[in-house]
Design a protein around this ligand. Sequence first.
Ligand SMILES: NC(=O)c1ccc[n+]([C@@H]2O[C@H](COP(=O)([O-])OP(=O)(O)OC[C@H]3O[C@@H](n4cnc5c(N)ncnc54)[C@H](OP(=O)(O)O)[C@@H]3O)[C@@H](O)[C@H]2O)c1
Length: 347
Amino acid sequence: MFSIRTPPTAAASRLAARYLTTISSAVRTTTTTTTHRHQSSTSLSSFTTPTFSSSSPYNTNLTSTFSLRQTKRTMSSAVAKRLAGKTIVITGASSGIGRSTAFEFARTAPNHGLKLILTARRVDALEQIAKEIREEVGEGVQVLPVKLDVSQPEEVRGFVGGLPEEWKDINVLVNNAGLVKGVAQAPSIAEQDINVMFATNVTGLINMTQAILPIFKARGTEGGSGDIINIGSIAGREPYAGGSIYCATKAAVRSFTDALRKELIATRIRVMEIDPGQVETEFSVVRFYGDKSKADAVYAGVDPLTPDDIAEIVVFVATRRENVVVADTLVFPSHQAGAGVMHRKST
Ligand SMILES: NC(=O)c1ccc[n+]([C@@H]2O[C@H](COP(=O)([O-])OP(=O)(O)OC[C@H]3O[C@@H](n4cnc5c(N)ncnc54)[C@H](OP(=O)(O)O)[C@@H]3O)[C@@H](O)[C@H]2O)c1
């Protein structure tokens, strides 16, 4: 009776998935521009199932409508459940992508015993974020702000030992802390800038990984489990003039990440990298040593990604089924196609 005069199953499911994405985006966009983005992900479960318009070629297919409804419920609850009881460390959580990632995790699993350890040098900013997360999602997510300079090996060495006992069983490490300094070219690159970029982006990320890995390796019976999500950059794939050191640091992140994934092949530890293109954050302000007008000029006439865009992808990769490793992701805004390939509208 429900004979299917519809496209093949895979195509139908892609259509359903696309339809759901559209609903999800609509919810997010509306909530972003009106009030908090609170429950943007989780609100899917309470969202009324849409009906296709009578002009839709699929509107007679009750089976499709039913499975659409089923898919929607499963997707939203499975994602939150996969985060249940997890402890997540985010480095560089005081601004930009790290900050957005903290909110995105909290919004995705607001009532699942999630614990977020937010680290950065600016602990005041972390405390403010913790307060805002509490105000937005309530007490269902615990947040622990921790002052940590990843460029200081002794601070990283003491990090796990300094955590309260109930926060030590870490499941996810988001290695996000990073920075760029200047646009100088060899032979005029300040030694201090070279050192701070390598110490933060490379040694800091490696030291954090080494500090947390023993916890992952001790978990379970399959050589360990846990997620390492490294934030690389298009700069690690496509070096550009005026960014040689930053590009070199992100290429190092890429090599370390790929090698680590191979070293951990016999475990359930997932090693994943997300490489953003241009994202508007404090990144360029830091690059120009606090000169906001120079930073603003970088984004003039272009339409960059937002830190929330990358945060959604971080949470997406962390919430796949345990056998799914989203190993490598390159993310551009629509007007970017390479490190220096941007469509700039005339301003
Ligand atoms: N924005 C982009 O266009 C872009 C593109 C590709 C990749 N990325 C990468 O994305 C990551 C996040 O950058 P963002 O764009 O979000 O920039 P952002 O807004 O400047 O955030 C950088 C974060 O890193 C933290 N940080 C810097 N040095 C640190 C240190 N020594 N120890 C601990 N934390 C430190 C900062 O916190 P404190 O200052 O409080 O320590 C801040 O929270 C970086 O790895 C960056 O390379 C950015």
